[in-house]
Design a protein around this ligand. Structure first.
Ligand code: ADP
Ligand code: BMX
Length: 288
């Protein structure tokens, strides 16, 4: 049985894992130091994987941001301040000694939920409500990467008043709204305050849920998937999916998307990128 070194580098955390036969066998979770820069983020990823040297046969790395032609750029530097066209493939090759498969983090998680999670075998859209909001689309059994790797980047779509959807409903947006309300706390504390009945927090979380419901509606009209799978730290927060679903209750039933929680939780990205890396290797072998 062969193993894949799989990583999911996000705006808040970096998960590094050994994936075998579609399952996480070992994992290391580390914070993404926002001020560190890409050389630091990639070095820490390689350091976390050092103990598994010689165990894995291939590498797959899922990253927040846009990946194309081996380079890495930010769509929203607020999520992670990635410089334009950072040479990610070359950097990871230097650190790990092999050519990694690279993909956007939400596209990877979408594939993970398609092959082994809540969207198994179905036409599906994935929304990760995280530091930012990312997305992925699997139609007809194929991951929609797009002409320039932007397929499924639903968080970049304009929401109310033309404001980018992720700037209305992401973890960062929730924290910023809380700060404006006089409570400079991160999203988990906002959800806890809402749960404790604090009106300011319920207002912040409810506004984010309304914006997310509207984003789901845009996804429905854009791609009409069988199911929308919701993941990410905010997407999986207790009660959030239910708030979004309640917002949809007033819509005509046939225009209401089916919402499902991501079955793989925070491991969707590493499981997805490991599956993509194994498939790419099989394709290369078939090509001879
Ligand atoms: P990443 O963005 O690095 O992929 P996550 O998917 O965990 O990581 O998303 C991080 C965002 O989710 C942060 O804004 C964080 O405050 C928020 N978050 C994490 N856990 C929770 C939770 N249990 N409830 C609400 N928000 C959460
Ligand atoms: C942003 C964008 C997407 C990403 C999404 C979730 C950047 C750096 N990232 O919209 O590519 O999928 O955030 O990212 O522009 P996460 O780090 O919150 O998981």
């Amino acid at each position: 049985m062969s193993a894949t070194l799989a990583a999911d580098l996000g705006g808040t955390k970096t998960l590094v894992a050994l994936v075998e036969d579609g399952r996480v066998r070992e994992r290391r979770l580390l914070p993404t130091d926002r001020d560190g820069g890409p050389d630091c983020w990639t070095r820490r990823l390689a350091e976390a994987a050092a103990a598994w040297q010689g165990v894995w046969d291939r590498v797959g790395v899922a990253v927040t941001g846009a990946v194309r032609g081996g380079t890495w750029s930010a769509l929203n530097p607020g999520t992670l301040p990635i410089p334009e066209a950072y040479p990610l493939a070359r950097r990871l090759h230097d650190l790990l000694g092999c050519e990694p498969v690279l993909v956007n983090d939400a596209q990877a998680a979408a594939w993970g939920e398609y092959v082994a999670g809540a969207g198994r075998g179905r036409d599906m859209a994935f929304l990760t409500v995280s530091t930012g909001i990312g997305g992925g689309l699997v139609l007809g059994g194929r991951l929609v990467r797009g002409h320039r790797g932007l397929g499924g980047s639903f968080g970049q779509m304009p929401g109310a008043d033309g404001v980018r959807a992720e700037d209305l409903a992401s973890g960062r947006a929730i924290a910023e709204a809380a700060a404006r309300a006089g409570h400079p706390v991160e999203a988990p504390a906002v959800f806890a305050a809402a749960e404790a009945g604090e009106a300011w927090a319920e207002a912040v979380v409810s506004r984010a849920a309304v914006a997310l419901a509207r984003l789901c509606r845009a996804v429905l009209f854009a791609a009409d998937p069988e199911v929308i799978v919701l993941g990410g730290g905010v997407g999986l927060a207790a009660g959030h999916l239910e708030r979004v679903a309640a917002e949809m209750e007033s819509w005509p039933a046939w225009q209401r998307p089916v919402l499902r929680r991501a079955a793989l939780g925070p491991e969707a990205g590493v499981i997805g990128v490991a599956a993509l890396a194994a498939a790419a290797e099989q394709h290369r072998e078939r090509q001879g």
